[in-house]
Design a protein around this ligand. Structure first.
Ligand SMILES: NC(=O)c1ccc[n+]([C@@H]2O[C@H](COP(=O)([O-])OP(=O)(O)OC[C@H]3O[C@@H](n4cnc5c(N)ncnc54)[C@H](OP(=O)(O)O)[C@@H]3O)[C@@H](O)[C@H]2O)c1
Length: 325
């Protein structure tokens, strides 16, 4: 399908509009919920997966018929780290396709005007030129450990574009880089690199462990965005952006994993030694999004990594006993 690469002008969403945030308890959804509240939205709708399993088509359809939201943020997804993605590809493909299809079909059936679909930077080819521009989509092979998840997300982008083309509705897609912040997954099985390092260094500090060993060489470069910045970008796009092409959401800056490890050790107050187990895999050498499109749409990130890490460590300490599994 051809993609419109230009954007039109939309009006900001009225603050009394009924906005359904799918996945409002997750890392991304909860940040968006907080941001919408702070922006004065008075009519937010959120239900848990126990109350409404978005994989169940009829229930989703009934929910939309009952509430008829005016805007939808689709931040519900089956999300996981490399191990989970690699072990359960059917679940990641099937659950995510079903969630997206059910929500978007139901939203279409009640004429939802604004919908923001959230994907992730894993939609881009494994060997995409860095920094990765939006046009890199579908130009090469995906990273095989999470290709099932990526294909589901690419289908979601395509669905948004198809609805735009067929129905003329100003739906949009955003692709955030690696996110972190309050509400992140710190579990040993499911966590991404940043929360995993916070957990490891904090435990080592508490136990007085003289040295910590991280996986790999520490040389891969990655980009990290605080989830509150991401939520701010999402609101900005919902209020001002109307284009068919997905929009990268990031800082446009990357650091090595070794630099990240040092920043986290400092934020936690761990003063022991850091070693690197170079027998473990590094993953792709660099992953950085080109965010010029987002910048041109009038948005830039505000929270520095040092600042964001400090507040995330504080949050982690306050919530260590009630963290998600
Ligand atoms: N985390 C990142 O670094 C990152 C980076 C880029 C993009 N993203 C994207 O942002 C989106 C959300 O990610 P996240 O990190 O916020 O994930 P998360 O913290 O795991 O939250 C996922 C949410 O989805 C809901 N959910 C999952 N399966 C569901 C189902 N069958 N029915 C209803 N709700 C369901 C969960 O609801 P309950 O809590 O009620 O169970 C949960 O609130 C994803 O599309 C992801 O690709 C995340």
């Amino acid at each position: 399908m051809s993609v419109e690469t230009t954007s039109r002008t939309v009006q900001p969403i009225p603050r009394d509009a009924l906005v359904y945030v799918a996945g409002h308890r997750g890392l991304v959804g909860s940040a968006i919920w907080r941001r919408l509240q702070a922006a004065g939205f008075t009519n937010l709708l959120g239900v848990t997966s126990a109350e409404l399993d978005l994989r169940e088509r009829d229930s989703v359809s009934d929910f939309f018929q009952q509430h008829k939201p005016q805007a939808v943020v689709l931040a519900a997804a089956k999300v996981g780290g490399i191990l989970a993605n690699d072990t359960y590809p059917v679940d990641f493909l099937s659950d995510n396709l079903r969630i997206q299809l059910n929500v978007m079909d139901a939203a279409r059936s009640v004429g939802v005007q604004r919908l923001l679909f959230l994907g992730s930077s894993c939609i881009y080819p494994k060997f995409a030129e860095q920094p990765i521009v939006e046009d890199a989509l579908l130009t090469g092979h995906l990273e095989p450990t999470n290709d099932a998840y990526a294909i589901a997300k690419i289908a979601g982008i395509q669905q948004v574009q198809a609805v735009r083309k067929q129905d003329g509705l100003p739906w949009i897609s955003a692709m955030p880089t690696n996110l972190y912040g309050p509400g992140d997954n710190f579990s040993p099985q499911g966590s991404h690199v940043l929360p995993a390092l916070i957990r490891r260094f904090e435990q080592a500090r508490i136990d007085g462990t003289p040295s910590v060993t991280n996986w790999g060489t520490g040389t891969p470069r990655r980009e990290f965005l605080h989830v509150d910045d991401m939520a701010d970008a999402c609101l900005h796009l919902l209020d001002h952006y109307d284009g068919g092409q997905q929009v990268n959401v990031g800082t446009g800056k990357d650091i090595t994993i070794a630099e990240l490890s040092d920043l986290i050790a400092a934020a936690v107050g761990y003063t022991g030694e850091v070693q690197w187990d170079t027998t473990k895999p590094d993953g792709t050498p660099q992953k950085l999004l080109d965010v010029s499109k987002l910048n041109a749409a009038g948005w830039q990130h505000a929270i520095t990594l040092e600042e964001g890490l400090r507040s995330t460590v504080t949050w982690y300490r306050e919530h260590r006993d009630d963290l998600r599994a």
